[in-house]
Design a protein around this ligand. Structure first.
Ligand code: CP
Length: 304
């Protein structure tokens, strides 16, 4: 059975294949409009989402398939105590593929171990978000013409930001990548992620000063401070506006910088930047739909 639980489940060649298919879907959408006719995607979202759930649903509809599912745990039998394992077994009777988001790390893996259909991790706690990573890689590739030899700065909540952890793991597969980690000391990248960088011999620096490193960056990956993962409201309020990207701060950045953000944005990028040609975060949203189309096709074993 094919599942996608962690971006490391994919070889570099498979990621490149997904990027190529997504680019072909962008160029020739009609070619793909019926490939999932008769197939059903189940979106099982135990945690809120706008982009991931709706891009999965749009992706399946644009492939000619159908969608069932729920968008909150309270409207599922999880609220009555049903386990993730049983839910996965049940949904396997109704659908051909599952996309699951869950606040508990490892829940999509439990689903994959119990389902008889492919399971995609649509975000588990502070752990992993592999389809956001595919979205990010497609966006970097389209903006920069490739992923090798980039200098990328991750800014904000590097402790709880699962998209950061997943993307760093994926970047290990590419050459000449330099990583700049920009965060308050309370929200630094976890040691286990830094171990990955060390083991792979990846050059990285840690700093609290965004403006000092901005001129060096090809990609700036902004993140929101993850309110829902804090134990203390006071601590969240103290840290939430640690970084606010403004047009003034961008003056020292490269003219071909690409600004990414997995979204949702709270306050960390001024809306004045949205019209700057370097802002790529809404293009990134659209890319997410195309790469999820490519992933659904791969896991269902269908071709155009
Ligand atoms: N980027 C992302 O995962 O957004 P949602 O939480 O809206 O799905």
């Amino acid at each position: 059975m094919n599942h996608l639980i962690d971006i490391m489940d994919l070889k570099k060649s498979e990621i490149e294949e997904l990027i190529n298919v997504a680019n072909d879907i962008i160029a020739n959408p009609q070619k793909y409009s019926e490939v999932c006719r008769g197939k059903k995607l189940a979106t099982l979202f135990f945690e809120p989402s706008t982009r991931t759930r709706l891009s999965f649903e749009a992706a399946m509809y644009e492939l000619g398939g159908n969608v069932i599912g729920f968008s909150e745990a309270q409207s599922s039998s999880a609220s009555k105590g049903e386990s993730v394992a049983d839910t996965a077994k049940v949904i396997s009777c109704y659908a051909d593929i599952i996309a699951m988001r869950h606040p508990k790390e490892g829940a999509p893996l439990v689903a994959a171990m119990n389902a008889s259909i492919p399971v995609i991790n649509a975000g588990d706690g502070g752990h992993n978000h592999p389809t956001q990573t595919l979205t990010d890689l497609l966006t970097i590739s389209r903006e920069k013409g490739g992923i090798d030899n980039i200098t990328i700065g991750f800014c904000g909540d590097l402790k709880f930001g699962r998209t950061v952890h997943s993307l760093i793991n994926a970047l290990m597969m590419y050459s000449g990548v330099k990583i700049v980690l920009i965060s308050p000391s309370e929200l630094k990248l976890p040691v286990y992620s830094k171990d990955v960088l060390d083991k792979n011999g990846i050059e990285y620096v840690e700093t609290t000063d965004l403006e000092a490193v901005l001129p060096d960056l090809d990609i700036l990956y902004m993140t929101r401070v993850q309110k829902e993962r804090f134990f203390s409201e006071e601590e969240y309020l103290r840290l939430k506006d640690s970084y606010v990207l403004t047009p003034e701060k961008l003056e020292c950045a490269k003219s071909d910088l690409s600004i990414l953000h997995p979204l949702p944005r709270v306050n960390e990028i001024s809306v004045k930047i949205d019209s700057d040609p370097r802002a790529c975060y809404f293009k990134q949203v659209l890319n997410g739909k195309y790469v999820r189309m490519a992933l659904i096709m791969k896991l269902l074993g269908v071709e155009a």
